[in-house]
Design a protein around this ligand. Structure first.
Ligand SMILES: [Fe+2]
Ligand SMILES: [Fe+2]
Length: 445
């Protein structure tokens, strides 16, 4: 019988931890003045790069598949650079200090330059677009992946929210999305992959030069994000909760940002990388930057934002498997329901138990599926040793009768559980108080 338990060493097993306090942090070694000075020194021209040799190599030295794979990958960057350039203005308005506003203004210039750089590459090397930004973006829009679309739609809505509410918690959440998730976790690792294989194969000299310049700019932007989030967190105790909430919302989409067409991993392996190598680097980068800002992910309030007890590469693997199974992220078909998927699903449910649930005695929740081919599972929440097992519990406190797909959509944040109960799609039976307890175990919002 399948059973899955709280991982040893997890936040749930250790219980709540003290906050980081105001001890010296890596962010303290960064100054806004130095970041600005580095921007002045690092200025470069996207217009002066000569793509003639790149265009020849693209035609003559890349295989058909390599062109297809590179175009898919570079399209994400082109669209992303345009989107981050467009969405930075409200950050400038919301930043509390002049030095922060000035740096963000330099960053907006950088992002525009990056977008121009990719637009030139797309037109002059790949032959896409008529030279205008709009035509270039239109030409590559179909390459955007499901997770990428979700993350960048959230960046758009975050900009609107920040215009309406320039408070420190809102700015902190916005920085977590822009500088930590998009720049540090997604873009920087992708840039590292691209510059590494182009250098190893000595390909695309102008594009490589541009990518190295972009990467240096991004390092500065990420350093600024770490510094600003650290300051905001020290100035306002609500920032950590806002960051945690944002990360819980968006991280489930990250597994589908670099989702190759048809999950065909050759789109990455043809350049010497695997999905989980890049994914692991992305997780590790996010963890390091959060720690540097004084907000280690293990100490953020509420349920874990990143599954505890797993290495970065294992986290990438689990995220990929859950996305491929149609559990988290954008579901592209019916969710899988084989025994391995169910074990993976309930293992993640155990890892999501809020360590500060406050329940005084072991409490068991049981899910009985209306689908005859999906077995019953139950979860027993206990201090430090929660576990989920296949089969019926002897004395469950609360039982749910629910369709498997609805259940998975609740776990994947595609269906509101309160609405599911209100509309009869999920029927609870047992101790009515236990519904309130469940909300403590898996708090929403
Ligand atoms: Fe950029
Ligand atoms: Fe950037």
């Amino acid at each position: 019988m399948a059973t899955t338990t709280t991982p040893a060493g997890s936040a749930a097993a250790r219980g709540p931890q003290a906050s980081a306090g105001v001890a010296s942090l890596p962010a303290d070694a960064i100054s806004y003045e130095d970041l600005y000075a580095r921007w002045e020194r690092g200025n470069w021209s996207a217009m002066e790069l000569d793509f003639t040799e790149d265009a020849r190599q693209w035609r003559e030295e890349f295989t058909d598949f390599e062109r297809k794979a590179a175009l898919w990958n570079y399209s994400l960057f082109f669209w992303g650079e345009d989107a981050v350039a467009d969405n930075l203005s409200p950050y400038i308005d919301a930043a509390p200090r002049e030095e922060q506003k000035y740096f963000l203004a330099t960053q907006q210039v950088d992002e525009a330059r990056h977008a121009v750089f990719f637009k030139r590459f797309m037109q002059e090397v790949c032959g896409l677009g008529d030279g205008s930004m709009a035509s270039g973006l239109n030409a590559i829009e179909h390459e955007l992946t499901p997770g990428f679309r979700k993350i960048f739609a959230r960046l758009d809505s975050m900009a609107d929210e920040l215009r309406a509410d320039g408070s420190r918690p809102k700015l902190g959440a916005a920085i977590a999305l822009y500088h930590f998730v998009i720049e540090a976790s997604l873009a920087q690792t992708g840039q590292h992959m691209i510059t590494t294989y182009l250098e190893e194969r000595n390909l695309l000299p102008a594009f490589r030069q541009g990518m190295e310049n972009v990467a240096l700019d991004e390092q500065r932007h990420i350093g600024f994000g770490v510094k600003l989030l650290c300051d905001l967190n020290r100035e306002d105790p609500r920032v950590a909760g806002a960051v945690a909430k944002l990360l819980r919302e968006v991280l489930p989409w990250t597994g589908q940002v670099l989702q190759p067409p048809g999950w065909d991993e050759r789109y990455l392996t043809c350049f010497g990388y695997t999905y989980d190598r890049i994914g692991g680097e992305g997780v590790s980068s996010l963890q390091t930057k959060l720690r540097s800002a004084g907000l280690p992910h293990e100490q953020l309030p509420g349920p874990p934002v990143i599954p505890p007890g797993l290495s970065p590469e294992e986290i990438s693997k689990v995220g990929r498997q859950m996305a491929m199974a149609g559990i988290i992220g954008v579901r592209e078909g019916p969710s899988k329901r084989d025994p391995e998927t169910l074990t993976l699903l309930f293992d993640q449910i155990v890892r999501q138990v809020n360590p500060q649930h406050g329940l005084r005695k072991p409490t068991t929740f049981q899910w009985e599926f209306t689908d005859p081919d999906v077995p019953t599972w139950h979860l027993t929440v206990n201090n430090g040793s929660s576990r989920a097992s296949q089969g019926e519990a002897p004395k469950p406190d609360l039982r749910f009768r629910v369709g498997y797909q609805d259940f998975v959509d609740i776990i994947g944040d595609r269906l509101n559980p309160v609405r599911a109960v209100a509309t009869g799609r999920m029927r609870p039976r047992g101790n009515p108080l236990a519904l309130r307890w469940l909300l403590k175990v898996f708090p929403r919002g």
